[in-house]
Design a binder for this molecule. Structure first.
Ligand code: TRP
Length: 452
């Protein structure tokens, strides 16, 4: 009884760019980028990350969108269909399957962290962001530690976030997403800029933050740091598991994929850098440790909110925006699997969404407990949450991206690529060269070097 759901399309080029940017901009930019930059030593890490976005990320982003639009199906269907069209092994659809599994793993902990944003909206509204300047740092550290110590609270917020994600995905890509992103992006920009201005004018540590972020000290760059930077380039651009293929499959033919990809990458990078510029002055001014880990923004920003006029209101709005940014990303993690179940397996959209979300929710319980009950449990020195984060961002996404680059670079016909990507000959050659050589060799070398 495979009912064929008609395949929908974005209403315009802007709608696609907004939705794809909404997917890219999320916890990765505002929560993860600052704390891994702090952990891996600052400028040199930022430099490698920026190079990866430009040289490997953008070419693979273009490849994913292209595969999705050409295939017109879920990542599993598009990879299989294009492989058939090109006369190569149908096993390439395995990349789509790998992506679905990776997305589920990421969504599980993504929802737990996004739950923190929900909790913090509540803290802002109930006046928790208040402390005398000298007491602000210990007070906000205690607030965050208190949240992490409570499995019940973490599970409550995790559940609520997952329910919100399901509610949006079940409605379908168009209605749910376009509107949310249209409002969010300008708001997020203004708010982050305001925080950067505050940090620049009143912490006295802006120069230190600038030097930390943009003066590379290459001697501090370990193999692991390079691997994390590469992995983060994939994570932040939503690459390597088929999100951008799924979104590309809804893209009307006349839209320029290359231009859209550059817009997405530039906006995504700007948001991350703004977040870094807002947070590190606070970190240095208040004696926090840059390498403190996943709690970095949840401690540093509330310190600022405790000092500024109307700080509680500003804090509530900030965490609300962070929540929306996380939602427009979490829905994109579900989309590949949901698209597959609906269009290629004839399931209803709600049932498909629920099936995947419940699996991710269950797994997320492990990440919630990793911060308290299971804090003692570690494999390779990492707890459950760290392990999942490392496995997905630093191994599965680069492996997925590498396979996608090889598929587009070596398996799809040149004419196919040229039809989809209407760009000049130089640009095309450069793009294909990156997919064939630079991206696969670079990612493979990083994986080997970083893991061994
Ligand atoms: N890019 C998002 C962020 O930075 C997370 C995300 C959404 C993602 N979809 C993805 C990461 C697909 C990897 C692959 O928060």
């Amino acid at each position: 009884m495979a009912t064929q759901t008609p395949h929908p399309h974005w209403s315009s080029r802007l709608a696609f760019v907004l939705a794809a940017t909404g997917s890219a901009v999320g916890l990765g930019n505002i929560w993860k980028f600052p704390y891994i930059t702090g952990q891996y030593g600052g400028g040199a890490f930022v430099l490698v990350y920026l190079l990866c976005v430009a040289l490997v990320g953008i070419p693979i982003l273009i490849a994913e969108v292209l595969i999705g639009r050409r295939g017109g199906k879920s990542p599993i269907g598009s990879m299989g269909g294009l492989a058939r069209e090109a006369g190569v092994s149908g096993l390439w659809s395995g990349v789509g399957w790998l992506g679905v599994v990776t997305a589920l793993l990421i969504l599980s902990f993504y929802s737990v962290i996004a739950g923190w944003a929900l909790a913090y909206i509540g803290y802002a509204l109930t006046g928790e962001f208040t402390a005398a300047p000298s007491q602000a740092a210990p007070a906000m550290e205690a607030l965050h530690a208190g949240l992490l110590a409570s499995p019940g609270l973490l599970l409550l917020w995790h559940t609520l976030f997952m329910a919100l994600t399901v509610a949006i995905v079940a409605r379908g890509v168009r209605q749910g997403l376009e509107r949310a992103v249209r409002l969010l992006m300008p708001g997020l920009f203004v708010l982050l800029l305001g925080l950067v201005v505050y940090a620049a004018l009143s912490t006295g540590a802006f120069g230190r933050a600038l030097a930390f972020l943009f003066r590379p000290d290459l001697s501090r760059l370990s193999g692991e740091a390079v691997l994390v930077a590469v992995g983060h380039a994939f994570f932040t651009l939503s690459l390597g598991l088929g999100t951008m293929m799924a979104y590309g499959s809804y893209l009307p033919r006349q839209v320029s994929i290359a231009r859209a990809a550059f817009s997405i990458a530039i906006l995504d990078t700007l948001v991350a850098l703004l977040a870094g510029l807002a947070i590190f002055p606070l970190v240095f001014a208040h004696g926090l440790a840059p390498g403190a880990g996943p709690g970095l923004i949840f401690v540093s920003l509330p310190i600022a909110f405790a000092q500024i006029p109307a700080g509680s209101a500003v804090g509530a709005v900030f965490f609300l925006f962070l929540l929306i940014a996380a939602l427009t990303s979490s829905v994109s993690l579900l989309e590949p699997a949901v698209e597959y179940l609906c269009e290629e397996r004839g399931r209803g959209r709600l049932a498909a969404t629920l099936a995947v979300a419940v699996a991710a929710w269950l797994l997320g319980i492990g990440s919630a407990l990793a911060f308290n009950r299971w804090a003692g449990f570690a494999v390779f020195g990492k707890g459950f949450f760290d392990l999942l984060d490392f496995l997905t961002a630093n191994i599965l996404l680069p492996v997925g991206g590498l396979l996608i680059a090889l598929f587009a670079g070596w398996r799809l016909r040149r004419e196919t690529l040229q039809q989809e990507l209407a760009v000049g000959a130089r640009g095309f050659a450069l793009w294909r060269w990156s997919l064939r050589y630079l991206a696969p060799l670079g990612v493979a070398a990083t994986l080997l070097y970083g893991l061994l």
